[in-house]
Structure formats: C-alpha cells, structure tokens
Design a protein around this ligand. Structure first.
Ligand SMILES: Nc1ncnc2c1ncn2[C@@H]1O[C@H](COP(=O)(O)OP(=O)(O)OP(=O)(O)O)[C@@H](O)[C@H]1O
Ligand SMILES: [Mg+2]
Length: 464
C-alpha cells in the first residue's frame, strides 16, 4: 500500500509538471497565433460579407416597382420607434389615440416614430424635414438600421433589412449605403486621401483599387490638390467635401445625409447644395437628406416628407406642398416662403388661346384676333415650334401693302421653360404686356403664362 502510494506520488507529480508545461506552451502558442487568426477571421468575414451580398442576400430578390414602373429603392412600412422601457405599452396607447406629448408625460417612453410608411424611388433625392425633435434623425437611423425600430419594416432594394442578423446587416450597410454627418466625422490624424479611403478600407478593398477609387471621388468633389492636407487645416466647407467624397468613394446606392450642410455658413452652404445637385445629376444616387431648413428642402428635394411628433404629415414635391398644404401645421411651416421663387412657369401655364401658323394669311390672323378679342398672336410652324409673335397694327399694314404674314412676325420675343421660376417670369412680364410663351428645349410651344395668372401667383405668395 505504502509502496503504491509512493509510486503514485512521483507519477502524479510528473503528471502535474507535464500538464503545467503543456498549459504554458499552449498559452504561448495561442497568444502567438491569436493575432493572425483574428486577422484571418476578419478577412474571412470581409469575403463572407462579399459572398453574402453577391450570392445570398440580394440574389433572387426582385426590387419592387411603383405603378409607373419606377424601382423602389427604400420602402418604409408602418415603422415605429419608441425609446425607453416597455415600448409595447406605449405602442398600445398610441394605437388608442394618445399623442406623443401625452405618452411622454404619462409613461417613461418617448415616441421617436409612429406608423410611418412611404417609398423612396431609385435616383430620388428624398428630404425629411420638420422641427427639432420631430423624428427626422430617428427615421433616417431606422432606415439604415443604426437603431432598431420597435416595429415595422425597412425594405432596401426588395430586401427586408429589419429581419437581418448583425453580419448581414453590416454587409448591406457597407455595400449599399453611406452616411454624411453634420459634424463631418473625419478622422483627425488622417489626411484627406486617407479619410476618403476609409470606407473602402473597411470594405477590404485592395490598395491599388482603393487608391484609384479614392482619387476618382476626390476629383469628383473638387478636392484635387488637397490630398495630403489634414482636416484641421481645412475650412468647414472643405471638410464637408471630404465627408461627401468619403461617402461616395464606396459607390453606394444610397446616401444618408443628416443635417449635412447645417453647420456651414450660408454662402458655403448654398455652394454645397449646388455641388450636391451637380453630383446627383451625374451619379443619380438615391439620397435621403435630413434638414430642418425649408428653403434647403425646397431647393434640393425631388420630394419632401414633412414630419411632426414622429409622424409624417405630408409627402409631396415642393410645388404640391406649397400649392396644397395638408393642414394648418404645414401652412404655418411654409408661411415664410416666397412662392414665386419656388413655383415655376409649368405650374401656371395655360393652353395658349389663339395661335397662328406662319403659313396662314394675314387676314386669317386678324380674324383669329377678333375671335379671341386680342391684338397679338403667337406664331408657330407645323411642328408647333414657336416662331414669334404678330401684333394687329403690323398685320393690318401687311394687308395694306399686299405682303405676307411672315413680314409682320416679331421673332425676338421673350420665352421661358417649364422650370423657370415664376419670379423670373414676372420680371419679364414687367417689361412686356403680353402672355409669355413657355417652350421645351426644342422650342415647341407648351403653353403661355398670362399676366392675370402671374398676378394670381404673386397674390398667393402674399397670402400665405
Ligand atoms: N436615444 C434616445 N433616447 C430617448 N429619446 C430619444 C432618443 N433619440 C431621440 N429621442 C427622442 O425622439 C424624438 C425624435 O428625435 P430626433 O432626434 O429623431 O429628432 P430630429 O427631428 O432629428 O431633431 P433635430 O432637428 O433636433 O435633430 C425626440 O423627442 C427625441 O427626444
Ligand atoms: Mg436630428
């Protein structure tokens, strides 16, 4: 027995020693391989994202279209976000008709969004507008799933991203979306080119390709020559250009911009708005643009969603909202707008009453003038192209002298396009006393804006 005990001890001691040795060696080995393994797994993850994206996530998914066949890039369906504990009870109260204010004062919850639904078309610049706290940022962050909605769906390009796991979600975000922030979000120790390259780096894009794409984005945004500058040496406007270039470098389908120009001086801000419009006409991205500034919304938005207390009060084009404000709140919101700046000739043009073709005779011209009780007429050719205008005195002189209608045509007359702001049409009208023709890019006559209609536009602007 004693012998046995004695025999066992050295064996146990040897076992312990051996086990200690193995553990130490294993730990040392593990620590040596941990970093490469981590790197390997990150790389694997990048390619996993790529695979997920190219093979699984969007494969076999059809992008929905609207009734006119436009692709819908983002579909938001009954989206709600309640901040605080027990959001379900707040949701119930909302369903029963309680408003945001009442929920806030009677429960520990805040309503960020409630039952928001809309579509954003591919290539659309969609503006979310509203007063502070109305839910713009919450909505945008739910759309890119930076925050998780309490209920409802966000469907990107046909894919419901509300049900994705973290990996897939990250992959969708990296490939499909970019963000531009109000405070620029630049990395202070990186120069311009490396800030612009950041998103590509995260995507695991190889260096040569990364640098090529970075250069393209830098050129596009007018930052050439500043590649090596650090953010601290750039003005606010330049910093935001870097932010925009970084967002565009990854060539995302969707750009989310939250008050991106709000921190800029008015003139720089106007420049950046112009720049965004120029880039948009070149790249045709889908852009969700948050602003609390009505002028900015009206200038940039293909459509605007006006928000209040976490809900959308009205969605429409600038003209639709200005012409038919949905309620008192919208009326108050747009009160300050000079409508003649926003409304265009296209809104106010009417079918021209009485035109004449150049090939017709002067006597016919007088007859048409009598019929419509006017002393001038627009002259068109067979293809409806605008040629000019005739006035009754000149036509009578032509008849007296035995000439043709052509001799009486005044060719150099003012004309406008459908996009011309009414402000400019009214300016022209001040110097003339006839209806202003509205033509397309080929000079085809589309309509006329008469002085009485222009007065109506002015009055409407004053009334609001
Ligand atoms: N993390 C949060 N926790 C609690 N409440 C929040 C949170 N984030 C937003 N809210 C609340 O949700 C509502 C909507 O806020 P949100 O930031 O979306 O408004 P906003 O329209 O973007 O305003 P601003 O123009 O000031 O940026 C507000 O009542 C806000 O207080
Ligand atoms: Mg906000």
């Amino acid at each position: 027995m004693a012998l046995n005990m004695n025999n066992k001890r050295p064996i146990k001691a040897m076992d312990d020693k051996f086990s200690e040795l193995i553990t130490t060696e294993m730990n040392s080995f593990k620590s040596k391989i941990r970093k490469p393994i981590k790197r390997l797994s990150e790389n694997a993850r990048v390619s996993h994202y790529e695979n997920q994206l190219s093979k699984n996530i969007f494969a076999d998914i059809n992008c929905p279209t609207d009734s006119e066949g436009n692709e819908i890039m983002i579909r938001v369906k009954n989206l709600s976000k309640i901040f605080g504990k027990h959001p379900e009870s707040a949701m119930k109260l909302l369903k029963n008709g309680m408003n945001k204010e009442e929920i806030h004062s009677t429960t520990p919850n805040t309503v960020g969004l409630y039952d928001v639904s809309f579509d954003v078309k591919k290539g659309e610049l969609f503006v979310l507008m509203g007063l502070s706290g109305s839910g713009k940022s919450t909505l945008e962050r739910c759309m890119n799933r930076i925050i998780k909605p309490t209920s409802g769906n966000v469907i990107i390009n046909g894919l419901d991203i509300t049900s994705l796991d973290e990996d897939d979600l990250r992959a969708v975000r990296r490939k499909k979306m970019s963000m531009v922030f109000q405070n620029f979000g630049l990395l202070p120790h990186r120069d311009v080119k490396n800030n612009v390259a950041y998103g590509l780096e995260i995507q695991g894009v190889p260096e040569t390709e990364r640098m090529e794409k970075t250069k393209r984005a830098i050129d596009l945004i007018g930052l050439s020559g500043y590649e090596d500058s650090l953010p601290e040496n750039l003005s606010g406007g330049m910093k935001q250009r870097v932010g925009l270039a970084r967002a565009l470098a990854t060539d995302p389908d969707i750009l989310f911009m939250d008050e991106a120009f709000s921190a800029l001086d008015p003139l720089i801000r106007a420049d950046m708005q112009d720049e965004l419009q120029r880039i948009q006409s070149e790249l045709n991205k889908t852009i969700v643009f948050v602003t609390h500034d009505l002028d900015e919304a009206l200038k940039l938005g293909d459509r605007i969603a006006l928000m209040k207390d976490g809900r959308i009060v009205q969605i429409g084009t600038a003209e639709e909202i200005l012409q038919n404000p949905a309620d008192e709140y919208v009326c108050r919101f747009i009160k300050e707008v000079d409508r003649t700046k926003i409304l265009t000739a296209g809104t106010f043009m009417k079918k021209p009453r009485g035109v004449i073709q150049a090939s017709q005779g002067p006597r016919t011209a007088i007859k048409i003038m009598e019929e419509y009780d006017r002393n001038n007429l627009l002259v068109i050719d067979k293809g409806n192209h605008l040629i000019g205008m005739i006035e009754s005195d000149d036509v009578l002189n032509v008849i007296k002298s035995g000439g043709v209608l052509n001799d009486a045509i005044i060719r150099d007359i003012p004309k406008v396009g459908i996009e011309t702001p009414m402000k400019d049409v009214i300016q022209i009208m001040i110097t003339t006393n006839f209806s202003i023709p509205v033509v397309n890019e080929n000079d085809v006559l589309l309509g006329v804006v008469s002085p009485s209609v222009a007065a109506e536009a002015l009055n409407a602007g004053g009334d609001l």
